[in-house]
Design a protein around this ligand. Structure first.
Ligand code: FAD
Length: 468
């Protein structure tokens, strides 16, 4: 994409006045660094990078951009997998990394007020010190920001029991594209007052406004958890077991699916990842239960084990005996994405279906793979029907990759929608999935969304060319 935006000296010096010279970057190294996220190997640098430190500065930057019609792209920790933070139209890259304060942990109301540049894991660790729990935990939680999580409505392994980011956002401070500052709601658990602007901003991928402060809901932290790793000779059996588990009256805190190749890649490419698997194992389920009574948790696990045995699980079920074993199993699960990336060029699809349909989704994906000649690594948050399909370039020619593959992806997405699901469960549409929006949505639905974008951003300057 040709970036033909010209940033005048006037704009640069205005930005320097707003945020200070030390927070404005035009050197190639910084522009390239902030021009990529974790989406494939795409690179779209901004023309100028700014790092504001407070809401007033963000508002002044947006006012300047609005008056001079300059694209602005909010940038979080750049762990995104749909290219949301890529500056595809050049312009101003707006890094939110200096908004990194936890402003208030409100133990009376079980709430926390945070800035959007706080790392998700750091928030979880801080509130845990007070016996509290912030549940949304993307596998990238050690580096991603709360602002990015809000923009993508991120999920994670615990979403099946506790919900996704939107279930925890009560109120937001947001800077609009014209520089005005709004609050979207109230710091209350319920709110029937007018349209729900809070939930409109959550998941809007940085295209409607810039989140500068968030009030989030907290829960009491569970005292205990138990983790087992169950292997299956058939990946379809593993998928079929998932919905059966919920029928015995247990809601686990996580059910993660990993196919054999996902684990093999992780053991091969990530030094510290170690796991012995029998040759015939085709897939695994990592299952966690949590709560405050260890006896009830054991009872729950026994029920779950009966279910997986009925779905032909292998006899050797691995119980994580201590924290180190638990961490080792979670480590393997969290590093799959990185291992896939080291292995080969790949494309990740974030399909989600009602969980009973997981076996049909998996077998359909493998059929489409056979038809187009590609190999895929599948893993994900099976408990909420979310399967990450990683298509490996391997020996495919560039023509197969660039011309044939989009047809295959279209078939996968069409299958997903036919099964009652949709094309992204948690990674967003961003830059890389927008050509497929016609699959889950009609023209009327897309026009409605575009008109919302226009109301918020009449000059189309905030993260343009994303989603649509
Ligand atoms: C190894 C790995 C594992 C992952 N696992 C998961 C997972 O389990 N679940 C999951 O949901 N995702 C996962 N992701 C994807 C990614 O981590 C999430 O989408 C995350 O929320 C992105 O946060 P970020 O701070 O990196 O945002 P970025 O990638 O920097 O930006 C993402 C979007 O947010 C917008 N944005 C950022 N900050 C703001 C703000 N303050 N206001 C408005 N818009 C803003 C950007 O413009 C962009 O559109 C994973 C990624 C990796 C690399």
């Amino acid at each position: 994409l040709i970036q033909n935006i010209k940033i005048s000296n006037f704009v640069i010096s205005s930005l320097q006045k707003i945020v200070g010279q030390q927070n404005v970057y035009t050197d190639e190294e910084n522009l390239l660094e902030y021009g990529h996220d974790e989406t494939e190997s795409l690179s779209f640098p901004p023309n100028v990078l700014v790092k504001p430190e407070n809401t007033s500065q963000v508002a002044q930057i947006m006012k300047l951009a609005f008056e001079n019609i300059i694209p602005v792209t909010p940038i979080g920790a750049r762990t995104g997998l749909s290219g949301g933070s890529l500056c595809v139209s050049g312009g101003i890259g707006l890094s939110m990394e200096k908004f990194n304060n936890i402003l208030k942990i409100d133990e009376d109301n079980l709430q926390v007020v945070v800035e959007p540049g706080v790392i998700t894991q750091e928030l979880q660790d801080e509130v845990a010190k007070k016996g509290l729990y912030y549940a949304p935990d993307p596998a990238s939680k050690g580096s991603c920001f709360i602002g990015g999580n809000i923009a993508e409505n991120s999920g994670g392994p615990r979403a099946l029991k506790y919900g996704v980011t939107s279930d925890f956002v009560l109120n937001l401070e947001v800077v609009l594209p014209n520089g005005k500052i709004i609050n979207t709601g109230a710091n209350t658990l319920k709110n029937s007052t007018g349209y729900n602007l809070t939930q409109l901003i959550v998941g809007s991928e940085g295209t409607l406004g810039i989140v500068t402060k968030a009030t989030l809901k907290l829960l009491p932290l569970s005292k205990y958890n138990k983790l087992i790793l169950v292997s299956f000779k058939s990946a379809i059996d593993a998928c079929a077991a998932v919905s059966s588990i919920f029928k015995v009256g247990v809601i686990p805190s996580a059910i993660e699916f990993m196919d054999r190749l996902a684990v093999d890649f992780t053991i091969k490419y990530i030094d510290e990842a170690k796991l012995d698997l029998d040759d015939e194992v085709e897939a695994l389920l990592l299952i966690e239960v949590d709560g405050n009574n260890p006896d009830i948790l054991m009872n729950d696990l026994e029920k779950i084990i009966k279910v997986v045995e009925n779905h032909n699980s292998s006899e050797n079920i691995l119980f994580a005996e201590d924290e180190a074993q638990k961490e080792n199993l979670w480590f393997i699960r969290r590093r799959i994405g990185e291992a896939v990336k080291i292995n080969s060029i790949y494309k990740e699809e974030d399909t989600v279906v009602p969980r009973f349909e997981l076996p049909s989704l998996l077998s359909g994906v493998k059929e489409i793979g056979k038809k187009y000649g590609f190999q895929s690594v599948c893993y994900g948050h099976a408990g909420d029907g979310n399967l990450h399909v990683n298509i490996i370039k391997g020996d495919l020619t560039d023509d197969q990759w660039n011309i044939e593959l989009p047809k295959a992806i279209r078939e996968i997405f069409q299958l997903t929608v036919n099964l009652g699901g949709t094309i992204s469960g948690e990674h967003g549409i961003g830059w890389v999935q927008k050509e497929y929006m016609d699959i889950p949505f009609s023209d009327t639905e897309i026009e409605l969304m575009k008109s919302i974008k226009k109301t918020f951003d009449p000059k189309n300057i905030l993260n343009p060319n994303k989603i649509f």
